[in-house]
Structure formats: structure tokens, C-alpha cells
Design a binder for this molecule. Structure first.
Ligand SMILES: Cc1cc2nc3c(=O)[nH]c(=O)nc-3n(C[C@H](O)[C@H](O)[C@H](O)COP(=O)(O)O)c2cc1C
Length: 362
């Protein structure tokens, strides 16, 4: 209620009301923006490139850095890394970056198919590398995973603990993987507890590393205004955290972001999940990381269609010592566990933002 309607409101209360109303407006703008973003786009409503890149940008990507550049070169649509959006501390070999490009590629392929175009993918390893997608008008089947692109999200909340029915579990664990990749799905509680130990140890190592915390903090968006200003990064409510003004966020984050509190949260999240999915590559190179990203994106979309939520817990694949321990626990020899994902049932969380397509072009 404004002071116009309530002339007795004292000026202090009025100021608070104004602040609350401004905060509400900012929040509703955030929601308006995400509602407008996470929508299907008709291939007839814009250029083919805009249509394809819209879907590509909705893919999962590490820290929501959106580390991609899109363009058209000769007869191919091209997805290549944006080196300005690397995260060298958590991802020194660009593993997550290329996996993220794989996620975007998969969405682009699904969108091409939905528009009636078959698509083929090639990786040009020269320089920073680029993914080339060529379309043809050969008949192609519309993949139902396309429909889930606008609903998929990484849901970083506690889950319900409800087990996934066997038939749905098989739908996920039997998903075909691209050549050189494997998916391991674990629902056995004692094994999950062993993996949880690794998650917690790796989490403690990361939170104890000021360089890791500094890099992570630079991608945190503590309030709607900050998130809307950059349209990237990790918006606090998407991780179940309250919004804070920037002047308060630094000191509060330093106090509450401790290994103890984060480990407690991780343990709750893992124990309330129905299972873990681990994506593995035969070879440690960019081509395999792109394939692994494509496999994850398809898994995430299939889970979404089945009403199953998921989120990454990548701590043990990000810290070398624990990645080796995880590989030993899984019995996968020298192969690389690319991601660790938990899945189960939960309500949706607020959606994340993406930058406009025109800012993503090279
Ligand atoms: C390679 C890769 C690594 C990721 N690692 C993590 C992670 O360790 N923890 C996490 O909570 N989310 C992780 N994510 C999820 C991203 O943070 C998420 O995709 C991004 O914030 C956008 O949110 P959305 O997927 O809900 O749209 C990862 C995603 C990718 C593709």
C-alpha cells in the first residue's frame, strides 16, 4: 500500500515499503525475463541462425558463464569457445568449457531436427577448436527430447527421497552414449555413501582454496539487479539462497560459505536423491568432453520428460586427487569421470538467465 492510500504511514515505514516494493519489482522483472527466455521459438518467426542459437544458449554450462560463441562459416553453423569466459581455477584444462559446448551442440541439433533438418557434427581441433554443424533437408524424425529443452534446469534443492521407478531408471541408464563414452547409474546406497565421502572431501579442499572461492564468487549474482545486468552467472535463488544487496553480500557470503555448512547441505542433497549418474570418457581430450556434454544434455532432457530433477555435484571430478579416487572406486581404470549428477524428485527452482543471442555471435 502506498502512502497515498494511507496518509498516517510514518516516513520510516514508507521508506521500508518503497524499498520492499522496489525489491519486488526487481524480482518480478527477473521472473518476467526468465519466463520470456524459456520459451519455444518458431523457426518461421526469426532467421534460422537466431532460431538455432536460441536453443543452443539454453543448454547447461559450468557456472552459467555461457562460454560459447556462435556463428556461420561457409556451409556450417559453428560453436566455438569464448576464451574470455574460461574458469581457469576450477577448470584448468577447459574440460568443463568443452563439455558445455557439447551441451549447446546437442540442443542445436535437436532444434534443427525439430525444424525438419537433419544435422551432422564435426570437430575441427585446430587452435581453440570449433564444432561445425551442417544441416541437410534429408527426412529426419522429430526427437521428443526437443520439447524438454525449455523445461530442463539444474535443480539445486533437497529432493524428496522417493525412488525412481525401475522402468524410468532403465530409460535413463539405457540411454545410448556417443562413441567413447559411458554412463554409470548408481542407486546402491552403500556405494552412494562412499561417493558422498569423496564429494565432501573434495568440497572441503575447494572451499579451503582462496583462488577457487574467488573465482566462484566472481560468477555469483547475489540479487536480481546483478543477475539482470550481466544475464550470466549463478543467481542466488537458483541455488536456494536469499537475495542480498551487493554491499552486504560479500561479508555474509564469507561468513556462511564454510566447508562445514556446505558439506552438511551436500550430504542432505545426496541422501535425498534417488541415485547418481556418472558420465565417463575413454579418452581425456576435447572431442570426448564435447561428446560427454552431449550425452549429459540428452540425459537431462530425458529426465525432465520423466518428471525427474537433477543437479551436478562435480567436486570430486574437479579436484585431481579425488577424481582418481572416484575412478578407482568405480573401477574405470584410467578413464576420466567427466561429471557427477544426482537425480530424484523435487519442485522446480527459479530459472537461470542467458545473454541475448546477438551478444553470443563471433
Ligand atoms: C560442465 C558443467 C559443469 C557443471 N558443474 C556444476 C557443479 O559442479 N555444480 C552445480 O551446482 N552446477 C554445475 N553445473 C550446472 C550449471 O551451473 C548450470 O547449467 C548453469 O548454472 C545454468 O543453469 P541451468 O542449467 O539450470 O539453466 C555444471 C554444468 C556443466 C555443463
Amino acid at each position: 500500500m502506498t502512502s497515498d492510500h494511507n496518509p498516517t504511514t510514518n516516513s520510516g515505514l514508507s521508506a521500508v515499503a518503497k524499498l520492499a516494493s522496489a525489491a519486488f519489482k526487481r524480482h518480478s522483472t527477473y521472473d518476467d525475463e526468465t519466463s520470456a527466455l524459456w520459451k519455444h521459438r518458431s523457426p518461421n518467426s526469426c532467421s534460422e541462425a537466431d532460431y538455432l542459437f536460441h536453443y543452443a544458449r539454453l543448454a547447461a554450462n559450468a557456472h552459467n558463464t555461457q562460454p560459447w560463441l556462435f556463428g556461420r562459416v561457409a556451409d556450417a553453423y559453428v560453436i566455438k569457445p569464448d576464451p574470455a569466459r574460461r574458469t581457469p581455477v576450477v577448470d584448468p584444462d577447459d574440460h568443463h568449457l568443452y563439455c558445455s559446448l557439447g551441451c549447446a551442440t546437442e540442443n542445436l541439433l535437436l532444434a534443427a531436427n525439430a525444424a525438419g533438418k537433419a544435422a551432422s557434427v564435426a570437430f575441427n581441433a585446430e587452435g581453440d577448436g570449433e564444432i561445425q554443424v551442417r544441416l541437410s533437408s534429408e527426412p529426419t524424425a522429430n526427437d521428443p527430447l526437443f520439447d524438454a529443452i525449455i523445461d530442463r534446469q539444474c535443480t539445486r534443492s533437497d529432493y524428496s527421497g522417493q525412488p525412481v521407478a525401475d522402468a524410468h531408471l532403465r530409460r535413463l541408464s539405457d540411454m545410448p552414449q556417443l562413441s567413447g563414452c559411458e554412463l554409470i547409474v548408481i542407486t546402491d546406497q552403500p556405494v552412494i555413501e562412499q561417493i558422498l565421502e569423496l564429494i565432501l572431501s573434495a568440497n572441503s579442499a575447494q572451499i579451503g582454496d582462496p583462488a577457487f572461492v574467488g573465482e566462484l564468487t566472481s560468477w555469483l549474482r547475489f540479487n536480481a539487479a546483478s543477475a539482470l545486468a550481466t544475464r550470466d552467472g549463478l543467481y542466488a535463488p537458483c541455488s536456494g539462497n536469499p537475495t542480498l544487496p551487493n554491499w552486504l553480500a560479500g561479508p555474509v557470503f564469507k561468513t556462511v560459505f564454510t566447508a562445514k555448512s556446505e558439506n552438511k547441505k551436500c550430504a542432505r542433497q545426496v541422501r535425498s536423491s534417488s541415485g547418481l549418474a556418472i558420465f565417463v570418457s575413454d579418452k581425456c581430450d576435447r572431442e570426448h568432453w564435447i561428446s560427454s556434454g552431449r550425452n549429459y544434455q540428452r540425459f537431462a532432457l530425458q529426465a525432465t520428460l520423466l518428471g525427474i530433477k537433477h543437479a551436478f555435484l562435480n567436486q570430486p571430478v574437479e579436484v585431481l586427487q579425488f577424481r582418481k579416487a572416484l575412478a578407482a572406486l568405480l573401477g574405470i581404470g584410467d578413464r576420466r569421470p567427466d561429471f557427477l549428477v544426482r537425480f530424484g524428485y523435487a519442485e522446480p527452482m527459479p530459472r537461470s538467465l542467458r545473454r541475448p543471442v546477438k551478444q553470443l555471435l563471433f
